[in-house]
Each structure stands twice: as C-alpha cells, then as structure tokens.
Design a protein around this ligand. Sequence first.
Ligand SMILES: [Fe+2]
Length: 367
Amino acid sequence: MKIELNENKIFFNNGKSIQEIHPFWIRERIDGDEYLDKGTQQRLFDPSTMNAEVIINKAEIKNGFLEVNFNDGVNSKVDIKKLEAEFSNEDTVIKSIPKKKWDSSLKNIKNFKYKDNFFDSKEMYDLLISFYEYGFVVIKNVPTENNYIVKFANSIGSVRRTNFGEHFNVKSKSNPNDLAYTTLHLSPHTDNPYRNPVPCIQILHCIENEVSGGYSTLVDGYSVTERLKAEDPDSYKILTEIKIRFKFIDKSVVLEDWSELIHLDDEKKFKQVRFSPRLDYVPMLEKNKLDQYYKARKKLSDMYNSEKYRIEFKLQSKDLLMMDNHRLLHGRTKFDPSEGKRFLQGCYIDFDSTEGKLRHLKRKFKI
Ligand SMILES: [Fe+2]
C-alpha cells in the first residue's frame, strides 16, 4: 500500500489498483493543534457543516508525512501511516481471531489465574484472545469478598445493569422469578433472549460450592449450528429465517423481543444464537411451514441437549466463568441443597467492554 502524488492529486496504490483519494477525505483528517485535540484525538471542527468541494493547491510527501495546502487556507501535515491504517474499512482486531469449534471432546482449556494488576497485563490480553476463540474462559483465584464480581466486570468495561440488578445472586430461594434460583437441572439456554439488545457476556463467579451436583454445563452454539448447516441445510435455513417472540414477565416489567434462533450477519455468517424454550413463542404460520419449523427446532434442541456437544465442570470457590451469551448456551445439573451451600454471583457486560480492552492491550503491548 502506498500513497502517490500526481499534479496535486493524491492517489492510493494497493499494489493491484490505483485510486484517487477525495481531497475532502484528507481535509477531514488534518491534525494540526487547532484542528485536533491531542488528548482525546477528537476533532475541533465539524466537517459535516463544510462544503466538501475543497481543492488541493499543493501536496508533497516528506519523511512519512503528507503535506497539503488546501484552497480554503488550511495547511497541514498528516502522518501517512495513520492514513494507510484507515484504508481498510474493517475492524480486524476481533475478526482476525478465528473461532475454534468445540464439543464434548474439548480438553486442556487453559485456565487463567487472577493476580495483582491483572486487568492491564499481558495475561489479560491472552485471556481475551482465548475468550474470542472458544467463547468462554475460566479465571481461578478471583477474590470473593464485597461483590468483587462488579469490580471485576468494571475493570474490563462496564457492568450492564438489568432488572435483576447490577449483579444477581444465584442461590435457591422461595418464590423465584426465574428457574435459575431453584435447585433444578437447567438445560442449555442463552440468557435474556427477550431483551433488546441481549446482554453479550455473562460472568459467573463461584463464591462457594459445597454440593456434589450443580455442575456447570456449556455448549458451543457456533459448533452446533454449523454442524446443523452441514447435516440438514433445510432445517438450518428455516431456523435462520423465522423470527420468534421471546417474553419475560415480572411484577414490574414485560420484556419482549423477536429474533431467529440462529441469527446471521449481512454475509450470512453466524452472528448469534438465542435458545430458551421456557420463554419463546413461535408465530402463527401456515401449518406446513410450522411442521417444518417444529421439526427443525426439535433437531436443534436435540443437538443442544446431546452429551456429544456438552462440556461439564464444577466451579470451585473463587472460580470465575466468563462466557459469550451470543455464542454459547449454558446450564447446570441439579443439586441437593441439604448437602451444603451453593452460591454464585452473576452479572453481564457487553462486547464493547472486551473489544475495547483488547484493542487497548494490543496497543499497549504493541502486538
Ligand atoms: Fe442462565
């Protein structure tokens, strides 16, 4: 990639083709002290109010800088490396981390260990990479006092508060407003599918776990739905097309959102799964269509509930599980509360937290 000049026009040569860069595109990026606040890297002028028909009177390349003299009287030096970094419209930091598909054969996942200054460490960077590869990560030895989970979440980004509070306590209780607060087996599900937007990442912190049951279970929605696509494309297709209603009712709120069980991005690639059969309502459609839909949903449900795709492990005191609620399904095995205490705390954060932290650590460690 190269910037080239020809008669006061600026060109971008990517090795395959050459195209002229609009003068106003450069004009928007001038970074002299009076045009850009150096601390925040935010503009001190508003290009949206300006006439874009600006002309370049003179342009030169000197020592890695593009020196431009515009016809509106502005002269500026722009760092060419900074311009080149912008030619790609894609944010490659997250997209460059390939998702690793996994099933019950997954072994030897690296656990991370909490330590002082954890959140700005190289280990945190490795943790986030692992999180984006597998959709979850376990951190050992995380302090448990004073709702430390909230501090943990806020040290990566910001807690996403919901109607369950800033954080929630997972203990069995009487008159629960969600089955999570019972001792029952919980089949694989995603959390809060009725919310818009759905919380991106769930953090679960084990404070104490004295019971013999109560294992945490995880299923990779990405692996399962890719498998379904290969094995039964028609079922996959219908589950990516029909939107269903998810609903949650409480004394003070009625939450509702519509989505496909398998949601694809603009390029028809995996984006998100939602699955919570306690809370979903399929729309009234033609009988034949519903016949197909119910068959497809059963197939997907059988796969989600199959041992073949599930991993099971027991969270110990001080273990913290961070999981992608758009990719993974989670559940737990039942337990007997007469055996002892089982107490977990949970909260949510969104992808801007982990993405922002990862970009920051990449910059910090010059990776
Ligand atoms: Fe849950």
